[in-house]
Design a protein around this ligand. Structure first.
Ligand code: FES
Length: 104
């Protein structure tokens, strides 16, 4: 497991998404009600940035801005068509005031 410090919590969005380049990946970090979730920033259906999608805070999912597939923010599971494959999700933790992402 490799741990990457994404930055101080104070610099993270309180609601919405921010994209990070980690190693060779683009990872979208979503903030919802004080919690953070990390997914690959690429829809599994075609090419689209999930960070640009709409967040549903009640259902804890994000809707792809291109064709509207919805993904679970916790697991990356595809909840609705036209996507059927999940997107990768990443564990996040907080250490010394930093948001830390684990790459396995
Ligand atoms: S690119 Fe995301 S649903 Fe088609």
């Amino acid at each position: 497991v490799t741990r990457y410090e994404l930055g101080p919590l104070a610099e993270m969005p309180t609601e919405g998404a921010r994209v990070f380049q980690v190693a060779d990946r683009r990872i979208a970090v979503f903030a919802v009600d004080g919690a953070f979730y990390a997914l690959d920033d690429r829809c599994s259906h075609a090419t689209a940035s999930l960070a640009e999608g709409e967040i549903d805070a009640d259902e804890l999912c994000v809707e792809c801005p291109r064709h509207g597939a919805r993904f679970d923010l916790r697991s990356g599971a595809a909840r609705t068509a036209p996507a059927f494959q999940p997107v990768r999700s990443y564990p996040l933790s907080i250490s010394d005031g930093q948001l830390v992402l684990e790459l396995i």
